[in-house]
Design a protein. Structure first.
Lengths: 165, 122
């Protein structure tokens, strides 16, 4: 390399190298942001005011677990994890639709103020993810699209897994 | 939090995020052009963290929950750093899109922190 190298190139040269993760990188990055949001939000709610709306805040906690599992499953996406990814992403979609509908049409059904997506008893799924620009509604669909277009040799990986087990 | 500094940061994070999204979708791999602005965002966030730690001692008190504020304050510093490490490890166009996502996430989180710091009542 004869031309002078940029700071980015020089720093990158001393780091380990990964190639070809493609669109999965972006998907996982957006999942990471929502994991942060769901885990942070539910942790604060549980520590600070769980008794204000136990049902809504429990759902908030469950959503955090679902996002963590979905993100890990998408990162690994081999063998059994491929199926875990499908299951968790599906639960995520069902969650945002069902909880979204309940909170949108019956604002107090899950506890006081639980229909307010910006309130302190909201979940990431409240009113279909309104507090997060509706990203929670679109993200599971993006996840399903990625899983469908990248059928990770499930059969072979599973067979290999069984052979080792 | 200091109002002008907060909104300067929000603007820079937003601009850096949009720039990286455009560069990434245009197929550019990580370069100083995409990494520089996000690095600036990261440096400003570290300054923000120090300022938030000092602020109450010099009479700048939050009216919202300090616990909730600090959960955001710590997480937000990590976001651009992780995105930058990722861009150094995988030097593909999608890593630049991730840098862009980190910029947008930081701007939204900063705005939320400002709301928590200045909330009335509650």
């Amino acid at each position: 390399m004869s031309e002078s190298r940029s700071v980015t190139e020089r720093l990158s040269a001393v780091m380990p190298r990964l190639v070809g993760t493609g669109t999965l990188t972006v998907l996982v990055a957006v999942y990471a942001v929502l994991v942060m949001a769901a885990v942070g939000r539910s942790a604060f709610q549980i520590i600070d005011h769980f008794s204000k709306a136990p049902i809504a805040i429990s759902i908030s906690g469950v959503s955090a677990l679902v996002y963590v599992l979905a993100m890990v499953a998408l990162i690994v996406h081999r063998g059994a994890w491929y199926r875990v990814a499908w299951v968790t992403v599906s639960i995520e979609f069902a969650g945002v639709v069902v909880v979204g509908a309940i909170t949108a049409f019956f604002p107090d059904a899950l506890g006081p103020d639980s229909g307010n997506a910006f309130g302190d008893t909201a979940t990431v799924w409240t009113v279909f993810g309104q507090g997060y620009w509706f990203v929670p509604l679109v993200l599971p669909l993006a996840g399903m699209w990625w899983l469908k277009t990248h059928p990770v040799r499930a059969g072979r990986a599973e067979a290999a897994g069984k052979a080792h087990a | 939090m200091v109002e002008w500094f907060t909104f300067t940061q929000i603007f820079i994070a937003l601009a850096a995020g949009v720039l990286c999204l455009v560069l990434g979708f245009a197929g550019r791999t990580p370069s100083d052009l995409s990494m520089g602005p996000i690095a600036l965002v990261a440096v400003l966030l570290i300054a923000q963290l120090v300022m938030a730690a000092i602020a109450p001692a010099v009479g700048n008190h939050p009216t919202g929950s300090l616990l909730e504020f600090w959960m955001y304050q710590i997480a937000i510093v990590i976001v651009p750093l992780l995105a930058m490490v990722w861009a150094l490890v995988e030097r593909g166009r999608w890593s630049v899109v991730v840098l862009g996502v980190s910029g947008l996430a930081v701007s939204v989180m900063l705005y939320r922190m400002w709301i928590i710091w200045t909330v009335q009542g509650a």
